[in-house]
Structures are given as C-alpha cells and as structure tokens.
Ligand binder design. Sequence first.
Ligand SMILES: *Cc1c(COP(=O)(O)O)cnc(C)c1O
Length: 391
Amino acid sequence: MVTSVMPTYGRIDIAFEWGEGSYLYSTAGQRFLDFATGIATNSLGHAHPHLVNKVQEQAGKLWHVSNLYNIPGQMEFADRLVANSFADTCFFCNSGAEAMEGALKAARKYHFANGDSKREEMVCVSGAFHGRTLATLSAGDNDKYREGFGPRPGGFKHVAFGNLNEMRAAMSNETAAIVVEPIQGEGGVNPASAKYLHSLREIADEFGALLVFDEVQCGMGRTGHLFAYELSGIMPDVMGLAKGLGSGFPVGAVLATEKAASGMVPGTHGSTYGGNPLAMAAGNAVLDVMLEPRFLNSVKEKGAYLESALQDLVSRHPKTLDSVRGVGLMRGLKCVCANSDLMTAARGAGLLTVVAAENVLRILPPLTVSTEEIDEAIQKLDEACAMVAAV
Ligand SMILES: *Cc1c(COP(=O)(O)O)cnc(C)c1O
C-alpha cells in the first residue's frame, strides 16, 4: 500500500526536531553538524535570531493578501535586490523551478515583444539542473528525471558545458537565450570559468540572444559574493534565485534588466503566493544579515579556510578522495569511493552532507558557520574516510 506521503523521495530514516546555527537535533536525541543545509538552502543556519524575530513579527500581522494589492515588503525586497545586482526589476515566486520557469518565459517574451517571435530556442548545457517542472526538465540534462512524463515543452538544445565551439555552433537567429548555472550544483559542483562566462556574454550579444543565469543554488552569498556572476565580471540579462534567498522559507525570484523584462507587462505572468508579506519578511531579514558590511568577506575567508582544510583531507585519504571542487562555501569532494558511502559514514560520525552527480559529495555549510565548526566537520570527515576505507 502506498504511503500517505507520495513516495517520490528515497528518504534517510531520521527526523529532526529542532536546529540552532550549524546544528540539527533529531527526534532520537542525536546531534548533527549540518553541512547539507537543506541542499544549500538554510543559508543563515537554523533558527537565526534575526530571521525568527522578523518572521514572527510578520506572522502576527499579515501572511497573505495576493498580488491584487501593493505589498510594501515586496517593494522593499525588490529595491534591495535591484540595488545590489545587475537587475532593474524582480518577479517573486516560491521555488527554484518556478524562478527558472519565469526566467525562460521572460526571455522568450522579450523577443516576442520586440517583434522577433521566431526566437524561441534555449541553448542549455550538459550536467544542468533547473528544476522539476516540465519546462525546467527540458532545460535540464537528466534523462532519468524526464522518463515517462510525456511531451515536454520543445525548443531546448544542449551543448557540452564549458565548450565554446559547441555553443557557438548551436546559436542561430532563432536562439532566444543561453541558459547556464555559473556553478553547477546537482551536476557535481562545477564552476564555469570566468573566461567561459565572458565568452557566453559575447556570443549571446553577437547573436542577439539573452544570457540567463540559474543562481538558485550558487547565488545568495555562497561564493563570498552576493551573486556568483560577480566572480566573472560579466552580468546576465535574467537570473533565477531561490534556495538561500529565504534561508529555508520558500521564496524564489526572477531578476532581469529593464530591457530583458520588456515583455513582462500586466497579465503576462503571475503567482498567487509569490512575494507574499510573510515570505518577504523572511527575504528582507536574510538581506539584513547578508548585506552587513563584513558578512560576505567572512564567507570568503571561511571559504578559503574550508578549501585548504579539504585539500589536506584529500591528501590524507588518497584512496578514498580524489579532489576538491567549488568556490567559497559551495564545495564538492570528488570521491574515489562511492559518494553515497562517504555521505552515510559522515552521517554516522555526526555530519550531514549531500551527494551530487559525478560521484561528488557536496559540502554546503551555513554561511554563518565558524572556523571551529569547519574543523569539527573535517575531523568527522577524517573519521568517515577511515570508516569507508576499513570496509
Ligand atoms: C534546486 C535547484 C533548482 C530547483 O529549485 P526547486 O526549489 O527545487 O524548484 C533549480 N536550479 C538549480 C541550480 C537548483 O540547484
């Protein structure tokens, strides 16, 4: 008989009762250091006092009114995202897939609104993950996620991630946009080089296409910059955000330049919940913390500390670990052993991590993590590597 919760996930048999900072406590009374953060989502850890205050305060006043009315918190959140990014305007939704769905719609509508309605094709890359709706499955590159779900929206092409010759060859006067994650998450923690992103910007401009970035996972401070594109020095035209944006409260956003959003006029797109007062209180509280003067610098410093500690770990366990990948506090351990075996062993040692493709184990601490907690995680990874090697 089917479980009352539809069994779409293979779940680990643990339930958590509460969390504080970088730690989670299970209903069975175990304590875990959380370097999975709900898949790069609890950007400010668990029960961050400022977030709790702001959400509690809003919860007692007003949760939802719909986008039939002005929502002051939405205007404030949008103003702040615009002031701190390439974008001129934001659309709010509730998840990463919705953000990317909105980004794809905006890109096509831009060309339509500019009299170029044949420009419908999206050029996407290998290893990409953009969500689980039908259109984002078309943009992503995982056949396993697509099988059996029937016809998907068409107009999506894939080329090898990092390969500029293939990208150039795929472009035409029917290309609406190039769609990439500046750092692939699910695909195995693969950062695009600055040179690659520069060339994508040039190629998009040359062919009159838009450049769409998916920063659902790599954005919101993960890299030590508010947005990962800042590492490359170039800017996209449209960008999807979610995950860390609400630090665990469901908030997504489509950011766009005025030009790229020129097709998104009243009536063209919507979301009932999108940008509701409670979600906006969470998002604004996240920005309060992330925009504090020292915050992103401290993420950079801790990211460098984590990287060198992981490099040392790899050199101590050459039979278990191959190499370190990633940027800032978005790291991956390319494993020699099965990544899932190392994840299980790490959990046994009291450390939560999460797997990715290419046999990579993702190390995604909260951005508020301390260097002592990083040391503790490395110690647990040492234990986990020894356990895996002993089997
Ligand atoms: C998680 C993720 C998504 C999908 O986000 P959901 O909130 O699960 O819909 C899209 N793109 C990237 C890069 C992601 O990591």
